[in-house]
Ligand binder design. Structure first.
Ligand code: MG
Length: 148
């Protein structure tokens, strides 16, 4: 059976934003983000991070470093009582004009190819209306603005 998803941004929404975050030592996870994650997880939603990580193709960090930071984030969220099911990221710079950099919808397409998602009841959470909010509008789903 299809499940709705809580699509959630990473930097500035779940964890404190730092310029091109890559060091797990800089990881600070917001409790209100974990509260939202836990609430939707308990309602049967998939919890999927959708994140632009142009630092990869800008050469600021590599995919291995990105994955280590993501693993630390997943562990921390779990320690705080939440859960992350998957992470989809865009490694491209804006100049590459890809189809996955938010607010483009390519990462959501990747998620729907991997999981059976009830899009109609899915929700997007993020700290930027021009990126996360715009993505939600393009998908026709509800948006929760979470800023810190
Ligand atoms: Mg953000």
């Amino acid at each position: 059976m299809k499940k709705p998803a809580l699509f959630i941004d990473r930097d500035g929404t779940i964890n404190q934003d730092c310029p091109y975050c890559k060091d797990p030592e800089d990881l600070h996870v917001y409790t209100d983000a974990v509260d939202i994650i836990s609430k939707y997880a308990s309602k049967g939603f998939l919890i999927i991070i959708i994140t632009n990580q142009s630092g990869v193709n800008r050469g600021y960090f590599n995919v291995k470093e990105l994955q280590e930071f993501n693993s630390a984030l997943i562990r921390k969220v779990a320690q705080m009582g939440g859960r992350i099911d998957d992470i989809f990221y865009c490694p491209h710079t804006p100049e590459e004009k890809c189809e996955c950099r938010k607010p483009e919808t390519g990462l959501i397409k990747q998620a729907t190819e991997k999981y059976e998602i009830d899009m109609e009841n899915s929700v997007m959470v993020g700290d930027r209306d021009d990126m996360d909010g715009e993505l939600a509008r393009r998908l026709g789903i509800n948006f929760i603005l979470l800023r810190h």
